[in-house]
Write a protein that binds this ligand. Structure first.
Ligand code: OGA
Ligand code: MN
Length: 195
């Protein structure tokens, strides 16, 4: 699976990998995200960085919780070890020089989205590879919530946030947006940074 992901990143700069996370891990992580929300530990996400940091719920409607080191639970440790395998493969085969991972749970309530944006900040271009793993069991097309990625030549691709699917792309190259969904939408989203 990781070899296929790396080959697609090399070829086109983005990749969608259904079934990247096994169902039991998706289930554990989804429960942890919901428990964080119920115990008041998901906080409205900001946009921008430093002096540009702002909460703009009409642009970005999710609430987040940053994962920590050492990992808070066995499921989070398992997730991070899979991310580490991806990091090592990307560095070996693509020479991306990925150094650290910043990663958070995200929960979008029904109706919330995230307007079109790039994942690199204006004054800080260290974010190199964006990774998103969805934690939504039994997601249906009519639930919406697609990630829409703008490609070259005006093309775009839409990805349903089905549990276990991994999306990754080069952070500086692809504007993208999250369309509103009819039910809460869970993910773990992160960025590998170079030094
Ligand atoms: C982000 C983002 C996409 C998604 O958090 O920056 O673009 O599908 N998320 O959740
Ligand atoms: Mn983004």
């Amino acid at each position: 699976m990781i070899d296929t992901i790396i080959a697609q990143l090399a070829d086109k700069g983005w990749c969608v990998a259904p079934g990247f996370l096994p169902d039991d891990l998706v289930h554990s992580l989804a429960q942890e995200a919901e428990h964080l929300g119920q115990s008041g530990r998901l906080h409205p996400a900001a946009t921008g960085q430093g002096g540009q940091r702002q909460i703009r719920a009409n642009l970005r409607g999710d609430s987040i919780h940053w994962l920590e080191e050492p990992p808070a639970t066995p499921a989070q440790a398992e997730f991070l070890s899979r991310m580490e395998a991806l990091r090592l493969a990307a560095n070996r085969d693509l020479q991306l020089g990925l150094f650290e991972l910043e990663v958070h749970f995200a929960r979008y309530p029904a109706g919330a989205g995230y307007g079109k944006h790039l994942d690199v900040f204006q004054q800080d271009s260290r974010r190199t590879l964006s990774v998103i793993c969805y934690l939504n069991e039994d997601w249906q097309a009519e639930n919406g919530g697609q990630l829409r990625i703008d490609l070259e030549h005006g093309d775009s691709v839409e990805v349903l946030p089905q549990g276990g699917t991994l999306v990754c792309f080069l952070s500086s190259r692809f504007p993208h947006e999250v369309l509103p969904a009819t039910r809460p939408r869970l993910s773990i989203t992160g960025w590998f940074k170079h030094r």
